[in-house]
Write a protein that binds this ligand. Structure first.
Ligand SMILES: Cc1ncc(COP(=O)(O)O)c(C=O)c1O
Length: 348
């Protein structure tokens, strides 16, 4: 137990939680790195802190200035918290189709919020470009740029990866992660493979994201869409570019719904939607790789950030995600099947 001077010092050093139900089902140890324990409630606190610290060191960012960032929400929350710790303001530019829970949190932390209509990246009104332009127009604004700013990857290389390695005393076989900016998968995969090059890294990608197809064919193509937020990209960014990935798998939203309920009912963990996809990826990796493996994935945030979508019956109904076969035995059969093996992209 520590005494700290501000909340930013509480970022990191999260627990590793063994998911008992899925570990017993598979004969592997499936662990969740509990990133929801960060003070802002998500994995993105780590990137927020590192980006700000590095910018202060370069003398780009000083107390009294405004941090501006385009975000699906969690980075905005993390930056709002870190901004307060360092005497700065925060302005988050968010697409208006993200869960309202996250908008509210940014404002509760004293951050300013600008919501914009969602549009393709090529459109200059995309939240990413809007944030960049605000920083260009105002001398006292600093753009965090989580996609291209590799302090994001560095946060995981310096902290999350070493924490995992120490927590498991080096007994790690497989790391599974989603990617939004790629900071988490890049920093962790780099550090963990430096410790042991046989650690296998799996990327799990939702529908509507182009990363799986990029891994398969070198082209950013996607099909359908997803209820997940903050993950999936349609372009190659500097953080993801640094990821060391061995296998990639694309899993549908139905698996997210089924596994979020299973883990909630059996283990009492209420996962956010990207975390539920991570757990689906970890289950798939366990079943494809066989018993005896130690597998780590991330609980990026908790279900309270996905309450209006993943845990909202009428929303799920509208998306055709309510009435389907949620029997875990059938999910396991599908994950073990040859069709799944064929779908997985291996070694690039
Ligand atoms: C809930 C959630 N999960 C996962 C991620 C992806 O993390 P990364 O940007 O490190 O790839 C994000 C990113 O914003 C997120 O908000």
């Amino acid at each position: 137990m520590r005494v700290v001077q501000h909340q930013a010092e509480m970022i990191g050093n999260t627990d590793l939680l063994r998911v008992r139900s899925l570990s017993e089902l598979t004969g592997c140890n499936i662990y969740l790195k509990c990133e929801f324990q960060n003070p802002g409630g998500s994995v993105k606190d780590r990137a927020a802190l590192q980006m700000v610290k590095d910018a202060i060191e370069r003398e780009e960012l000083k107390p009294g200035m405004t941090i501006v960032e385009g975000t699906a929400g969690n980075t905005g929350i993390g930056l709002a918290l870190v901004a307060k710790a360092f005497g700065m303001q925060m302005l988050a530019v968010m697409p208006n189709d993200q869960a309202k829970e996250k908008e509210r949190m940014i404002e509760l932390y004293g951050g300013k919020l600008m919501t914009v209509d969602p549009c393709p990246f090529s459109n200059q009104n995309h939240f990413y470009h809007r944030a960049r332009k605000l920083a260009e127009q105002h001398k006292d604004h600093w753009w965090a740029n989580q996609f291209e700013n590799t302090a994001n990857t560095k946060a995981h290389y310096l902290h999350t990866g070493p924490e995992i390695w120490q927590q498991l005393e080096g007994n790690l076989d497989i790391l599974v992660s989603v990617a939004g900016t790629g900071g988490t998968i890049a920093g962790n995969s780099q550090y963990l493979k430096e410790q042991d090059e046989s650690v296998q890294v799996w990327l799990v990608d939702p529908d509507g994201s182009g990363l799986y197809q990029y891994m398969k064919s070198g082209e950013f193509k996607s099909h359908g869409g997803s209820i997940t937020e903050g993950i999936g990209i349609m372009r190659l960014v500097d953080n993801f570019r640094q990821a060391k990935v061995d296998k990639a798998v694309n899993l549908p939203d139905k698996d997210i719904v089924a596994l979020s309920r299973y883990v909630r009912n059996k283990d009492g963990i209420v996962l956010g939607s990207s975390s539920a996809l991570n757990v689906a990826g970890a289950l798939c990796a366990a079943l494809q790789s066989g018993p005896g493996n130690n597998i780590v994935t991330f609980a990026c945030d908790l279900g309270e950030r996905s309450a209006s979508k993943l845990y909202n019956t009428s929303y799920l109904q509208q998306r055709g995600l309510l009435d389907f076969d949620k029997d875990i035995k059938h999910l396991i059969e599908r994950y073990q099947s040859q069709a799944m093996t064929d779908q997985i992209v291996s070694k690039f």
